[in-house]
Structure formats: structure tokens, C-alpha cells
Design a protein around this ligand. Structure first.
Ligand code: ZN
Length: 94
């Protein structure tokens, strides 16, 4: 093995997690997304920030994978973990 390869294996990769967001959770999230950044300029909450709150993980060390695509209820466009949205649950839960 080359020195570079040894360095690669020394990285603390176990601190980085991939979390699967299942269909039931996505359906729940979709009901709370009232708008996305493409249909409302006031949408400013990144979806991965919301996922942090729901799952208890931290976005800085977590990669979220959506089991099925999520869509904005208002405009029907696809919403990814990097899309900013309007979130109707904000005032009640966060
Ligand atoms: Zn939208």
C-alpha cells in the first residue's frame, strides 16, 4: 500500500452517517411543506435542517437519503435535502 492509501484509511469516516428517510416520514414532511424556494421567496429553511430536528442527527455529519422523492405541495416541484422550504410546523414544534 502507498502512504496516501494509508492516510485515507486513517480518516475518521465512522463519524459520518448516512440516514435513510423512509416513505412514511417523507409523506409526513410533505404535508408540512407549504412552499419551496422556487415558488416562495420567503422559504428559507433547508430541508436537511428540518430532518436534523426530526431524526435528532446533525446535518454537519449526516447525509440524508430520501427513499422516495419529496414534492412541494404548492407547486409540485421536487424538493431535495438542499431545497429551502416554508414549514408549517415551525411555530408549534421548534
Ligand atoms: Zn414549491
Amino acid at each position: 500500500m502507498s502512504p496516501m492509501r494509508n492516510d485515507f484509511f486513517d480518516q475518521p469516516i465512522e463519524q459520518f452517517e448516512i440516514v435513510l428517510i423512509d416513505k412514511a416520514t417523507i409523506a409526513q414532511i410533505e404535508r408540512e411543506i407549504t412552499a419551496c424556494q422556487r415558488c416562495d421567496r420567503k422559504a428559507e429553511i433547508p430541508l436537511d435542517w428540518i430532518l436534523d430536528k426530526i431524526t435528532g442527527h446533525r446535518g454537519s455529519t449526516t447525509d440524508y437519503v430520501l427513499e422516495t422523492p419529496a414534492y412541494c405541495e404548492r407547486c409540485g416541484r421536487e424538493v431535495t435535502v438542499k431545497t429551502s422550504v416554508q414549514w408549517s410546523e415551525m411555530e408549534r414544534h421548534f
